[in-house]
Design a protein around this ligand. Structure first.
Ligand SMILES: [Zn+2]
Length: 574
């Protein structure tokens, strides 16, 4: 598979091979000055179409200076050069998570993890163990429960929590972050009773007979309890971020695009950067709330853009959320929900105000991330982006739509046509009971036939960018890759994959986490592939994912993660 023979560029005389053509790609000025680090004996998949495979890489400072075969790269080895022998393992560009809530995820590492629970009994077991490890009367916090485990109702109930905790407040966020679950103690602390009105864009779920709150809190109603959770001190947040970065690096991530919850904490990230302790590159969006774009939003966005523009930490992107999620009927649809024809969901923004906010932000050269899950929300975002390009006469702005869980067939080709990036999270399509029964049931068969249409968007010329939405699901991109190519659960269900026509190739999926992700963050000139001149962000992994049964991809382990030429994760090291 190694095809480093017919190469591009390289201009440095020293690399001209016997045939007279250069055999190694090297950046200008690489010369024979020794490298700081060389990686040899690798199976290097570069994602550089001009030199798809190589054996070795040379790094100087933060950048890659040459990519080629072992002998060529060995020439750059000096007395002070650090040697990494990849032992024949697969080397890939560092992975990017294009949609993450990093601080929140980092904090969740210290809370009860409910992911993978199948029923309320599982949850109770996890919480009991958690409470034993964290005794006292403090809050019990956790995340990761799913809707399907509650049977018909598809919503949690405080009774399961009250059975265990009558005096300790419990607050558990659902796996998608859109619905929360509180016990009676937490509801009482929040002063929620029969007469408490629903907040805008939220609902306190109530027992139809008694009118009492059931403990399920949808969308903004979550904050009624969530706001009471004691805030972490600065040092605690920094500690959480360090743990989060370690976890991200361990999974092979070298950059993340934050889609909310981190902008307010720029200062913490900057402190880590100044101390040389950032091991993950951060692109952080300002979260713009409805009802409209205000001067104070613009001031905050512009100030951050000026202050943070480096390779490690940057702003200049705005996230807007125009609808909710399918499971709680808050995603905005063109037609009524199949299981509840009384509602189509609704936009969180007035469509006109959203459109003018998009146009103003686009005019300033800012990038846009719009959360849109229902087909009406997706269309609204495409319309607003199309309008912005027209009124501003702008090109190549790469606005993004985040999630796109279902989409009208007439809108699929618009991604490619308008240059709108489809930022999707493969594990959101995980075809378990929650997806196949609740999600698909709410949508009905027609809409559900256009669930997470990765392949259709790509075939019509659209760019894909992949991520996790951590801590909605794990940030492990290897599980995401397996999902993208199989559309099956880890038990290989359903047979042949759910909507198999929407599977993509492994090469496409890897690109969605690397070069495609860099493109989606406007950084493809400096990141996303292993080529001279680009930042030395790469991973060495345990198995050649291109050479195995796709159902084994999720088992991939990262051996080393390198960011900016520095080894930030090493398997087995403490
Ligand atoms: Zn998100």
């Amino acid at each position: 598979m190694i095809a480093s023979r017919k190469l591009v560029i390289a201009l440095t005389l020293s690399f001209v091979g016997a045939s007279g053509i250069p055999t190694t790609t090297a950046a200008q000025g690489a010369k024979l000055q020794p490298a700081d680090t060389i990686i040899i004996n690798g199976n290097v998949h570069t994602i550089n179409h001009k030199q798809a495979w190589a054996h070795a890489v040379a790094i100087r400072g933060e950048k890659i200076v040459a990519v080629g075969d072992n002998a060529e790269i060995e020439k750059l080895r000096g007395p002070g050069t650090k040697l990494i022998d990849a032992g024949g393992k697969l080397v890939l560009p560092g992975f990017v998570d294009c949609h993450i809530h990093f601080l929140e995820g980092s904090i969740s590492l210290g809370q009860a993890n409910l992911e993978g629970s199948k029923n309320p009994g599982d949850i109770q077991r996890i919480l009991r163990a958690y409470a034993e490890k964290h005794p006292g009367d403090g809050w019990i916090l956790g995340a990761g429960w799913n809707y399907a485990m509650f049977g018909e109702e598809n919503l949690p109930n405080k009774k399961y929590l009250d059975e265990l905790f009558s005096e300790r407040p419990v607050f558990l966020v659902g796996y998608d972050g859109h619905t929360s679950w509180a016990n009676s103690k937490a509801l009482a602390l929040a002063g929620i009773n029969k007469d408490t009105p629903d907040p805008p864009n939220g609902a306190i779920v109530r027992d139809p007979k008694t009118g009492e709150a059931t403990g399920a809190l949808k969308e903004s109603a979550s904050s009624l309890v969530g706001n009471l959770v004691p805030k972490l001190a600065r040092a605690e947040k920094i500690a959480a971020l360090r743990a989060g970065m370690r976890w991200a690096n361990e999974n092979g991530l070298t950059r993340v695009h934050s889609a909310g919850g981190d902008f307010e904490e720029f200062d913490l990230y900057d402190e880590l950067r100044r101390e040389g302790d950032l091991t993950l590159r951060m692109y952080i969006a300002y979260f713009l709330d409805p009802p409209e774009l205000r001067p104070k939003d613009l001031a905050a966005i512009e100030e951050a853009r000026k202050k943070y523009s480096g390779d490690w930490l940057s702003a200049g992107v705005v996230k807007m959320m125009i609808d909710g999620v399918v499971e709680s009927h808050t995603a905005a649809m063109l037609e009524p929900y199949t299981d509840d024809p009384s509602t189509k969901g609704k936009l969180f923004w007035d469509a006109g105000k959203y459109k003018s906010a998009v146009a103003e932000l686009d005019k300033r050269g800012l990038q846009l991330f719009t959360h849109a899950i229902g087909d009406y929300a997706v269309r609204t975002a495409l319309d607003a982006y199309e309008n912005a390009e027209k009124v501003n006469h702008t090109k190549d702005r790469r606005p993004r739509i985040e999630h796109i869980e279902t989409v009208s067939s007439v809108d699929i080709p618009r991604f490619g046509k308008l240059g709108v990036i489809a930022s999707m999270q493969p594990l959101h399509a995980y075809p378990d009971e929650d997806t196949l029964r609740v999600w698909a049931g709410n949508n009905g068969p027609d809409r559900a036939s256009r669930a997470w249409v990765w392949n259709s968007i790509a075939k019509a010329g659209g760019h894909l960018a992949f991520g996790s939405d951590w801590n909605v699901v794990t940030l492990n991109p290897w599980e995401g890759l397996q999902m993208a190519v199989t559309r099956q659960t880890t038990e290989d269900k359903p047979e042949g994959g759910w909507l198999p026509q929407e599977r993509i190739t492994l090469a496409q999926a890897v690109e969605g986490y690397t070069l495609g992700a860099a493109y989606a963050g406007r950084r493809e000139k400096t990141e996303g592939s292993i080529e001279p001149g680009k930042l030395a962000d790469l991973v060495i992994v345990s198995q050649n994912i291109f050479d195995i049964d796709p159902h084994e991809i999720a088992k991939t382990k990262v051996i080393k993660t390198i960011v900016g030429g520095r080894v930030v994760y090493q398997a087995g090291a403490k």
